[in-house]
Design a protein around this ligand. Structure first.
Ligand SMILES: Nc1ncnc2c1ncn2[C@@H]1O[C@H](COP(=O)(O)OP(=O)(O)OP(=O)(O)O)[C@@H](O)[C@H]1O
Ligand SMILES: [Mg+2]
Length: 595
C-alpha cells in the first residue's frame, strides 16, 4: 500500500471550498437550528418513554413514591403528543433547508467546475484524460452532496445527542454512568485509529473507480476500433483488472469496518448487560427509581448507537475532504484568459496580418522533441499561404499556435503588428475560423452545428453558408433536412459531409483569418473540386492558412511553405518551387502528379 502514498490532506485547499458555501451560510445556520431542535426532541423521547414505563399505574402498591397517580401518565402522554409532531415539523425543515443549501452550493460548484474546464488550456487536456475528469467531477460532487446534506448534520446531531445523554445519565445515576464512561475512551481511541485507516482505503477505492470508468468510457468511445482490432478479450481483461482492484480495496476496507463494528457492538452490548444488572440492584436498594432506571437504559442505548455511528461518519467526512481537495486542486490549475461571463464583443476587428518571429515550440509532455524550430513567417492581410510537409512535421502544431491553443516556447507571434498576447484571447479567436483535421460534430441538428460559428445567425444565413460550402444539397437530401440530428443520438455523417458542415460553420463565422487543416482530405475528387470552389470563394478577402497534403488544392496560393523537421525548408509560389532543382516541393509534386 505504500507504493501510492498520497500527500497529507491539505485542509487549506478543502477550505477554499467554503467560498461556495458562503452565500448560503445563513440558510445553513437556520438548518442547524432545526437540527438542534430535532436533536433535543429526540433526547426528550427516551426520557419521556422511560418515565412512562417506570410509572406504576396498576392501582396496587405503588413501587415508586414520586410518580403514583394516573395524572402523570396523562401528563407524559400530552408531552409526547406535543413532542412527536414537533419533531416531525423540525425534521421537515431541517431536511428542506439542508437540501436547499446543498443543491445551491452544488449548482455553483458545478458551474464553476464547468467554467474552469472550458477555460482550461489545451495543454491541460493533454495531461488529463477526459474520462477521468468527468468521473472525478461526478463522484466528487456526489460525495460533497452527501456530506453537506446529511453527513455533517448527522455528525452534529450525534454530538448533541451524546452530550445531552451524558449529562442526563449522570443526573440519573452517576454510579452507573461511571461504568459507562470506562468504556467510552476505548471506543473513542479505536474509532480514531480505525477511521484513519478506513479513510485511506476508501480514497484508494475512489481512485480505482475513476480508473475503471475511464477504461469503460474509452472502450465505448472507440468501440469501432475495439471491434475492428478484435480487442474485446483484451479490454475485458483490462476492465477486469480494474474492477477487481476496486473490489479488493473495498473488501479490505469492509473487513476493517466489520471488525471495528463487531468489536464495538460486543463491548456495547456487554456493557448494557452489565449496567442492567447493576441498575436492578440499585432499584432494589431504592437508590434510584424505576423510571430513572428505564430512562437511563434508553439513553444508554441511544448513546451507544450515537458513538457507534461515529467512525462511519468520520470516514465519510474524511472521504469528502479528500474529494473536495482534488476538486479544488483542479480548480487552481491556470486557465486561459477567455471571456466566460459576457459574450465576445462584436465591434472589435482585425485586418489579419500575421507574423511569426523565431517561434520555437515543443509539447510539455515531450520536451525533448522540438516540433517547431525558429520559424519566421510573414503573411499579409488577405493572402493565402499554404503549408505542406511530411506527416508529423509540425503543420497542425503551427495551426494550434495561431489559435493560441499553446504558447510558443520562445519567439513571438504578432497579429496586425501587435503581440498575440496583447489581445484578449476570445476577441482574437472570434475572428479566426478553424476547420480541423478531424471534424467532430456535437449531438444536435445540422443547423445547430453550422450555427456554432455564429450563434445568432438566421435560418437564411445558415442555408446560405451551407450552399457556399456545397453542403446544401446533401443536407436537403435528408428527410428532415437541416433539423436532422447528428452524432450519438442521430445519424452519422460521412467524413466528407462532416467536413462540409465544418466549412459551412467557418463560412458563417466570416472570419478575418481562416485556418484549414486538411479541409478537403476526406473528399473524393469531384466533391473536392466543388468544395475547393467554395473554399476559394471563402478565402477571398481574408488571410488564409491552408494545410494540405494534396498539392493540387494549393496551386493558387500566394505562398507555399514546405515544413521539414520543424523548420521552413522552402518558400515560394507553386511555379517557383516546382522549378527548384532538388527541391522538396518539386520532389513531392512529381510524386503526386505522376499519375
Ligand atoms: N498533444 C501533443 N503532445 C505531444 N506531442 C504532440 C502532440 N501533438 C502532436 N505532437 C507531436 O508533434 C509533432 C508534430 O505533430 P503535428 O500534428 O503538428 O504534425 P502534422 O505536420 O500536422 O502531421 P500530419 O500531416 O500527419 O497531420 C509530431 O511528432 C507529434 O507526434
Ligand atoms: Mg496535422
Amino acid at each position: 500500500m505504500s507504493k501510492d502514498k498520497k500527500p497529507k490532506p491539505d485542509f487549506k485547499k478543502a477550505k477554499s471550498f467554503l467560498v461556495y458555501l458562503k452565500p448560503y451560510s445563513a440558510w445553513y445556520f437556520v438548518g442547524f437550528i432545526f437540527l438542534i431542535l430535532t436533536s433535543l426532541t429526540s433526547i426528550a423521547l427516551p426520557v419521556l418513554l422511560g418515565k412512562l414505563l417506570g410509572t406504576n399505574y396498576s392501582s396496587t402498591v405503588p413501587v415508586d413514591i414520586n410518580i403514583s397517580s394516573t395524572d402523570n401518565i396523562y401528563t407524559i402522554l400530552i408531552f409526547l403528543a406535543i413532542i412527536l409532531p414537533a419533531q416531525g415539523i423540525f425534521s421537515f425543515f431541517r431536511v428542506y433547508t439542508f437540501s436547499y443549501v446543498t443543491q445551491s452550493t452544488l449548482r455553483d460548484l458545478r458551474l464553476a467546475a464547468f467554467k474552469h474546464l472550458v477555460s482550461s488550456p489545451i495543454s491541460f487536456f493533454d495531461k488529463n484524460k477526459v474520462g477521468e475528469l468527468t468521473s472525478r467531477i461526478a463522484t466528487d460532487t456526489q460525495q460533497i452532496e452527501e456530506t453537506l446534506a446529511t453527513t455533517l448534520a448527522e455528525f452534529v446531531r450525534q454530538i448533541i445527542v451524546i452530550t445531552a445523554s451524558l449529562v442526563l445519565i449522570f443526573y440519573f445515576s452517576y454510579r452507573l454512568s461511571f461504568i459507562m464512561l470506562a468504556i467510552i475512551p476505548i471506543a473513542a481511541i479505536s474509532a480514531m485509529i480505525f477511521g484513519k485507516f478506513i479513510k485511506k482505503l476508501s480514497r484508494k477505492a475512489q481512485d480505482e473507480a475513476a480508473q475503471s470508468n475511464s477504461v469503460l468510457e474509452e472502450s465505448l468511445v472507440g468501440i469501432k476500433n475495439l471491434k475492428a482490432y478484435t480487442n474485446e478479450f483484451f479490454e475485458i481483461k483490462n476492465y477486469t483488472t480494474t474492477i477487481n482492484n476496486i473490489r479488493a480495496t473495498s473488501m479490505k476496507s469492509a473487513l476493517w469496518r466489520g471488525i471495528f463494528i463487531a468489536f464495538m457492538l460486543t463491548i456495547m452490548l456487554g456493557a448494557i448487560v452489565f449496567i442492567i444488572w447493576q441498575g436492578i440492584e440499585l432499584v432494589q436498594t431504592g437508590d434510584i427509581t424505576k423510571a430513572e432506571f428505564f430512562q437511563f437504559i434508553f439513553l444508554t442505548v441511544m448513546l451507544g448507537t450515537s458513538i457507534g455511528s461515529f467512525p462511519d461518519l468520520y470516514a465519510k467526512i474524511q472521504k469528502t475532504i479528500g474529494a473536495t481537495e482534488s476538486l479544488m486542486k483542479m480548480m487552481e490549475e491556470p486557465v486561459e484568459p477567455v471571456l466566460t461571463n459576457i459574450p465576445v464583443k462584436s465591434d472589435f476587428l482585425i485586418k489579419g496580418d500575421i507574423e511569426l518571429k523565431e517561434v520555437s515550440f515543443y509539447y510539455e509532455s515531450r520536451q525533448s522533441v522540438t516540433v517547431l524550430n525558429k520559424i519566421n513567417l510573414k503573411v499579409s492581410s488577405g493572402q493565402t499561404v499554404a503549408i505542406v510537409g511530411s506527416s508529423g512535421s509540425g503543420k497542425s502544431t503551427l495551426a494550434s499556435l495561431l489559435l493560441g491553443f499553446y504558447q510558443p516556447v520562445s519567439g513571438s507571434i504578432f497579429i496586425d503588428g501587435q503581440p498575440f498576447n496583447s489581445y484578449n484571447l476570445s476577441d482574437l479567436r472570434s475572428h479566426i475560423a478553424y476547420v480541423p483535421q478531424e471534424v467532430i460534430l456535437f449531438g444536435g441538428t445540422i443547423a445547430e452545428n453550422i450555427r456554432y460559428g455564429k450563434p445568432d445567425a438566421t435560418e437564411e444565413e445558415v442555408i446560405e453558408a451551407a450552399k457556399k460550402a456545397n453542403a446544401h444539397l446533401f443536407i436537403n437530401g435528408f428527410p428532415e433536412g437541416y433539423t436532422t440530428l447528428v452524432g450519438d443520438r442521430g445519424i452519422q455523417l460521412s467524413g466528407g459531409q462532416k467536413q462540409r458542415v465544418a466549412i459551412a460553420r467557418a463560412v458563417l463565422k466570416n472570419p478575418s483569418i481562416l485556418i484549414l487543416d486538411e479541409a478537403t482530405s476526406a473528399l473524393d475528387s469531384e466533391s473536392e473540386q466543388l468544395v475547393q470552389e467554395a473554399l476559394d470563394n471563402l478565402m477571398q478577402n481574408r488571410t488564409s492558412i491552408v494545410i494540405a497534403h494534396r498539392l493540387s488544392t494549393i496551386k493558387k496560393a500566394d505562398k507555399i511553405l514546405v515544413v521539414n523537421e520543424g523548420q521552413i525548408a522552402e518558400a515560394g509560389t507553386h511555379l517557383e518551387l516546382s522549378q527548384k532543382e532538388n527541391g522538396l516541393y518539386k520532389k513531392l509534386s512529381e510524386l503526386q502528379f505522376k499519375n
